[in-house]
Write a protein that binds this ligand. Sequence first.
Ligand code: AN0
Ligand code: CP
Length: 318
Amino acid sequence: MNYFDINDINNLSEWIDEAITLKKAPLSQKSLGKDKTICLLFFNNSLRTRLSTQKAAMNLGMNVMVMNFGAEGWQLEYGDGEIMDQGKSEHVIEAAQVVSQYCDIIAIRAFAKFENKKDDYQEQVLSAFIKYASVPILNMESAIGHPLQALTDMITIAEHHKKSKPKVVLSWAPHPKSLPQAVANSFAQYANASDFDFVITHPEGYELDPQFVGKATVTNNQEEAFKDADFIYVKNWSPFADANYGKVINTDSSWKITAKKMALTNNGKFMHCLPVRRNVIVDDAVIDSENSLVIQQANNRTYAAQVAIKKILESINN
Ligand code: AN0
Ligand code: CP
């Protein structure tokens, strides 16, 4: 099996429970990955994903190889039948088969490139590796999804919610650079698969892909959305719509998360996947408050990765 997106999870609440169990005894499955190797390929920067995925693999007894593919690998070609007389040195057809011979799982981070929406939304890089590799693929944030982060966020909400149906709000916040929709897409997808009162709030022009919005309530009124919320999940993303795909069209600082806005919530918890720009996305007073879960979220990245790798290893062993 791959862990590419939510469709690879047979039972989300079971995965969440398993991650919480692994968190109590992280070394309990240490023999599962013995003599198995995971290769982590990074086409983009990372702190949490890189270290927590390594940690998770080590907790399962695996060997880990990491490569900054974007900075140090050959530039890959993805197109069929291309005459490769330009900048690209190697085709993914060979690269994926070659890497498969060195390891048992290939984990990949490859963000949206914002060059061509179709390539991004067809998951050009991850799809090519899934097609040509002969070992399972683990998604460490692809063009349109970040399934390890979303699994982490569902684990964190499960640990902290006090109600059977919490109000969970995904809020856009301003950022000076253009960021992918991946984190927001996956959060929305996993939130829709959970028993939440789920609300998305963003300025006009920041509508997400409807396939991820699903049955969520969507509003351009952030303060209205925050009322009585139990969890405020904040993220910047760039527009999905064709006209402004991947551009920055709004940096309105009135969308920043402030203590005044948090006071509208039901003593709500503040969540963000990190990295976060302080006092642009969120005020110090909020991220430093007792209600901020950001450090605990980052810790849960290890157990989300551990449950995903465990499932893949079990599928290999069977
Ligand atoms: C990335 C993003 O928004 O997708 C990674 C977040 C986990 N963030 C930045 O590039 C700042
Ligand atoms: N949240 C997250 O994926 O962080 P990194 O980009 O640092 O890996």
